[in-house]
Design a protein around this ligand. Structure first.
Ligand SMILES: NC(=O)c1ccc[n+]([C@@H]2O[C@H](COP(=O)([O-])OP(=O)(O)OC[C@H]3O[C@@H](n4cnc5c(N)ncnc54)[C@H](OP(=O)(O)O)[C@@H]3O)[C@@H](O)[C@H]2O)c1
Length: 238
């Protein structure tokens, strides 16, 4: 078993995920770059390798059970364990008002943002348990903060996306409690509003800025928190 830190970042071929991969690789971590499309994943790996960063392509569609199982089997065979899991892959569907959304819109958001995270986390947990210091970071959003959404100035939520991120925060709390007696820490990160394909590049922050809090939670030392929700400025209310 090698002694470098091994990280899996899902949906890492572009946007915040690619920047998280870059930051972790710069920190000396071997990054398994998850991508559902082999071509897009390979291109992202080539970009990092051109910067002398250590990245390995890993085909992974978080909504496809066979793909998730194959990814876990490959990591087990090639590395024997996993130290960091960043559940970054996400979709934004349902831009309309809550009353305009269909069950299908909501289900589509949950398939990737919630059920995909459960599938990947459960598949990777046996490998994370073999790490000395496992870290799981769920890439959430301030739009998943029920406290902020329920505030009088909170606006009308994008229901499918917002509630999927609130559910994702629920997963963070649940897994953190389940794993409290282990060395595995589980936290949610809010990258802030970043210009990426997800939001048609409307965000004022860069993907690299958004990736910083994700990488920081991925690299927490033993004294770091678990079961919390953080952005660049500190804790975010659930
Ligand atoms: N941008 C923001 O302002 C913002 C704010 C808060 C939170 N976030 C969260 O940050 C994360 C990354 O988003 P982003 O803004 O970087 O968006 P993005 O540029 O659209 O990237 C999303 C990534 O997820 C991948 N993905 C989607 N469905 C997948 C699936 N079924 N299996 C595997 N990968 C899948 C995409 O792959 P393809 O290239 O193949 O589509 C892409 O690599 C998401 O969880 C998002 O909700 C973003």
């Amino acid at each position: 078993m090698d002694d470098t830190t091994i990280a899996l970042v899902t949906g890492a071929n572009k946007g915040i995920g690619l920047e998280v991969a870059r930051l972790l690789a710069r920190a000396g971590v071997t990054v398994l770059l998850g991508a559902r499309d082999a071509g897009r994943g390979g291109a992202a790996v080539a970009t990092l390798r051109a910067e002398d960063l250590e990245a390995v392509p890993l085909p992974l569609d978080v909504t496809d059970p066979a793909s998730v199982a194959a990814a876990a089997a490959r990591i087990g065979a090639e590395h024997g364990r996993l130290d960091i899991l960043v559940n970054n892959a996400g979709v934004l569907v349902g831009w309309g008002r809550p009353s305009d959304l269909s069950v299908q819109d909501v289900r589509q958001a949950y398939e990737t943002n919630v059920f995909g995270v459960v599938a990947v986390t459960n598949a990777m947990l046996p490998l994370l348990r073999r790490s000395n210091a496992g870290r799981i970071v769920n890439v959430s959003s301030s739009m998943g903060s029920l406290t902020r959404l329920a505030a009088p100035d909170g606006g009308i939520p994008m229901m499918a996306y917002s509630s999927s991120k609130a559910a994702l925060n629920g997963l963070t709390v649940a897994y953190a409690a389940d794993l409290r007696d282990t060395t595995i820490k589980v936290n949610s990160a809010d990258p802030g509003y970043c210009a990426t394909d997800l939001n048609r590049h409307t965000g004022p922050r860069t993907a690299a800025q958004g990736a910083a809090i994700v990488a920081r939670l991925a690299l927490l030392d033993a004294a770091g928190p678990t079961g919390q929700f953080h952005d660049d400025d500190g804790q975010v209310p659930w």
